[in-house]
Design a protein around this ligand. Sequence first.
Ligand code: GLN
Length: 498
Amino acid sequence: MDLCETPLVQLRQMLDTGNVTAKEVVYSFYERIQRVQEPLRPYVHLMPIRDMMIQADDADDWLRTGRAGVLTGIPIAVKSSISVKDMPTDCASAMLEGYRPPYDAEVVHNLRECGAIVLGLTDMDEFAMGNTCLTSVHGGSKNPWAPERIPGGSSGGSAVAVSSGCAAAALGTDTGGSIRQPAAFCNLVGLLPTYGTASRFGHVAYGSSLEQISPMTRTVEDAAFLLDAMMGESTGDSTCRLHEGDDFSLMAEGEMEPFRVGWCPAWDAENLDKDVCQALEKARTVFENLGAEIVEIDLPHLQHAVAAYYLVAMAEASSNLARFDGMRFGKSERKKSLQESYRATRQGFGEETRRRILMGTFALTEGAYKDYYRKAAQVRALIRQDFMTAFESCEVILAPVSPSLPMLRDEAENVDPLTSYLADMYTVPANLAGICAMSLPCGRTKIGLPIGMQLMAAPFREDLLLKSGMAYQGYTLWHVRTAPIDKSGLSGPIPLIP
Ligand code: GLN
């Protein structure tokens, strides 16, 4: 296995025991990036090779002198909506073209404190709105398992970076599924921690009451490891809880007792893709073999989750994105009158973003508020209640991630917005309810596309997610397979990165 395809925790051990140097590790990732950046486009901004090597040299120095942190020498990719000092954090939007934050987001700061080498920023759907990576002004990344297909979104570039061996792990954000769905499409683990776990300070907000910055990794063990490194004392996010003595890696260890896995029978009857359905059936059998009891649960209000989510998310987006008015942040078009300047400036948003700002603004108007926004907030409370009741009879819930498989890029470009929103039906409930959830590889279709499954647990019960995920990965090999980089015709001449 190439170094660039090695899980993070294993890389850590190899670096600590001196089996490899940080320079070798970084070079392996660099070489892979050179091969796949052009055909798959995971990154929209990359650190120059000279700087990568300087940081690798420093890392080797720290390792030699016993000053290494838990991420010393480990290359990490970051989604373009998470501020990285002096890197163009443009949220894949023309609105923020050329914007370079003067500071690191708190999670990025924490990773760097642990020694991480932040290689660059990854492509995404514009302002994290979408599930294809195609609403990006940069054109979107391609799925390493089938480059003619989408990698999912919105954190598509981060998923591609890890899956294709261009980063050992990545940060994404999840407002309604944006790490879990691309993780499922690219054979990775995507962990959405409970709302309030990771600091959102320095993240360009889309739906503030829904989203978390989250790890995307090859294994469950890596996800716990990265989450530990992301934690720190948050001074900038008042919704972030204190982390005294938390240790996610430790939480992942040990047996589940009791171990009851909830399954909603209604999902069998829904419009799930046949391959997805079969993979989930097999996953249930694996859990049974692991000693779990499968229990039936009922989540009666889940059918309204997509409607409630899109109302809340759009309303929050309309208010979060109001700051991009040409006066304070973002693109600025100066015209004869103030009105004209605003109008010209706001054209910097892409079509989907504009659609959401308009609908969100409408949902918050005096006449519509009671019928739409308030109703959505009420439904949200009912959905949370459904989950709390379900968690009285099970430790984790097993669910699909996406009802369908990664679409062809051409197909995805022509999907109508409503159909696209409905594809989020299994991921948005966790964000609405403020619980934790994780997607992990659980199968492959006949044509070799990865399939993911989702585990959900009660708020702040990441220990249950991690333990059951570890048990599953101890029993199966889906997560071990790497994307067929050479077979996808990506091994041609090495393109040079500007
Ligand atoms: N697809 C969902 C949306 O467009 C989720 C996006 C996300 O999690 N950032 O809102």
